[in-house]
Design a protein. Structure first.
Length: 277
């Protein structure tokens, strides 16, 4: 089987010309217990897909904000198995919003790829993005994901060659995650004209939605990116909002603040249509 995941395909097919909003949060931050409630709140605020980060001790692609979120989650006892439990809890009340796990190879390999895939499918995961799995190294893993009804999602970057784009196009399902900046998450200033140029180049090789992330820090930058991309992925700033509110008022305050902030992003994105100048 090589079919697309039903929830992701349905969600993107129903966007009616607008870009999807994909918030990234770290599972288990500030605590594992409130994470399903946080996910529900983000959906209510306008999230189309949830990217759920799997905490890892050596997150090489992540900047300080997400690194610290992972450290807090690990200190609170969050494991890969715990992340899958969070997804299963979320699914008890939400059967339609796609959930994508984003993380690193080590926790998956420690659990065992077959075990991970089976448990992820059972929990209700829709896609998996493994930052340090290149297309050359993960053909078998991608096939296993697709056979279980999960979409393998891959990164492309400003430095990606046309050959790499073609390689990714052969394996990826669900959407492509275009990393709009060189460096780690939360770094740099975003040039949306440059983003548009690279997205157009990627579209010549891939025929699935393209999400853009890294460097999107506010509603205005999200709206600008939404003119070019099929999806806007926003993580570091949202996690900072969660952390600040949690320190001041605890997990409940964090959930409320995150939803309020993301709602502002959704409103700004809804005022633009893809392709607008």
């Amino acid at each position: 089987m090589t079919t697309e995941n039903v929830r992701l395909a349905t969600r993107f097919a129903g966007l009616s010309g607008r870009a999807a909003l994909i918030p990234y949060i770290t599972a288990g931050d500030p605590l594992a217990g409130p994470t399903p409630a946080l996910m529900h709140a983000l959906v209510e605020a306008g999230a189309d897909v949830i990217e759920l980060g799997v905490p890892f001790s050596d997150p090489m692609a992540d900047g300080p904000v997400i690194q610290q979120a992972g450290e807090r989650a690990i200190a609170a006892g969050t494991s890969l198995a715990g992340v899958l439990d969070i997804v299963a809890q979320f699914r008890q009340q939400d059967a339609t919003t796609p959930v994508v796990l984003m993380g690193y190879a080590n926790p998956i390999e420690c659990l065992g790829a077959e075990t991970f895939i089976a448990r992820a499918a059972e929990a209700g995961v829709d896609g998996v993005l493994v930052v340090d799995y290149t297309p050359e190294e993960s053909v078998g893993f991608a096939e296993q994901l697709r056979s279980a009804g999960l979409d393998p999602i891959y990164l492309l970057a400003p430095t990606s060659t046309e050959a790499r784009m073609r390689d990714v196009a052969q394996l990826a399902r669900g959407y492509i995650y275009y990393v709009s900046l060189k460096g780690v998450t939360g770094a740099g200033n975003l040039d949306t004209d440059d983003v548009g140029h690279h997205v157009d180049a990627i579209r010549r090789h891939v025929h699935i939605p393209i999400g853009v992330g890294f460097g999107i820090r506010d509603a205005q930058s999200a709206a600008r990116v939404a003119r070019h991309a099929d999806a806007v992925v926003i993580g570091s700033k949202l996690i900072q909002v969660i952390q600040d509110a949690s320190q001041q008022g605890g997990p409940q305050a964090a959930v409320h603040a995150a939803a309020q902030w993301l709602g502002g992003v959704r409103q700004a994105m809804d005022h633009v249509q893809k392709g607008q100048s």
